[in-house]
Write a protein that binds this ligand. Sequence first.
Ligand code: NAP
Length: 243
Amino acid sequence: MSEKRLALVTGGNRGLGLETCRQLAQKGFQVLLASRDLMIGEKKAHELQAEGLDVHSFQLDVADPNSIKRIYDEIRNRWNRLEVLVNNAGILIDQEQESTEVHHLEDLFRLHRENILHTFQVNVLGAFELCDRFGLLMQEQRYGRIVNVSSGLGQLSQMQDGFTAYRISKAALNAVTRIFASKFKDYDVLVNSICPGWVKTDMGGPQAPRSIEEGVLGIIWAATLPENGPTGGFFRDGKLIEW
Ligand code: NAP
């Protein structure tokens, strides 16, 4: 059996998730690249394997509790351990709809409701259920690093209008971080939120100032914290930021 530490990255097929898989594997992790579409995930994993990296693909739709249970059972049966969980998968769907012309107020209210519910399923519930399951496995092994990829748009101290569903979801994800950090505080299971900054990805867009490599630095930092490292915090580039 491989002695390598095992890391699971959600939304690992593109953007920050894919680069996180690459950098963790470069640091000696065996990386499980989870993607909603297995074919795309396999293609990306093969590309990283061609770079000499130990990366394997798994199907995971974080909005589907059955899919979460499946990957949990598979990891539990095959390895019975997980050292690092990066809850990276996320969506930002407000933009399209806020720019859509809405002629009836009722349509607008319905859109907001649908947006919030759908965004919550992916950005909050998915991460919550993964923390819930894998956190217990980490508690058993008395070691774990959980990184919840949040956003400055979820900071309550900076909260304002715009990207409503996304902002609410990331504020809630930060609450998830605090809850599990408290639950696992005595077991060397460190749970933190990080903000990658505004990064050039499909979500961030081409005008974003940061490269993907820069955005991923803070994720890797939180995934590889030493014993007695911080837990229950919100960080950008390894520095504490306000909730
Ligand atoms: P991205 O390029 O749009 O990638 C998003 C990833 O999430 C994709 O792999 C996507 O998979 C996956 N995903 C979406 N819904 C999913 C689901 N139901 N199940 C599994 N995977 C799902 O975005 P990114 O910029 O890399 O964002 C990664 C994380 O960073 C997100 O949580 C985002 O909120 C956060 N963030 C980004 C920025 C930024 O400026 N880019 C800033 C702050 C925070 P598919 O390919 O199948 O859609």
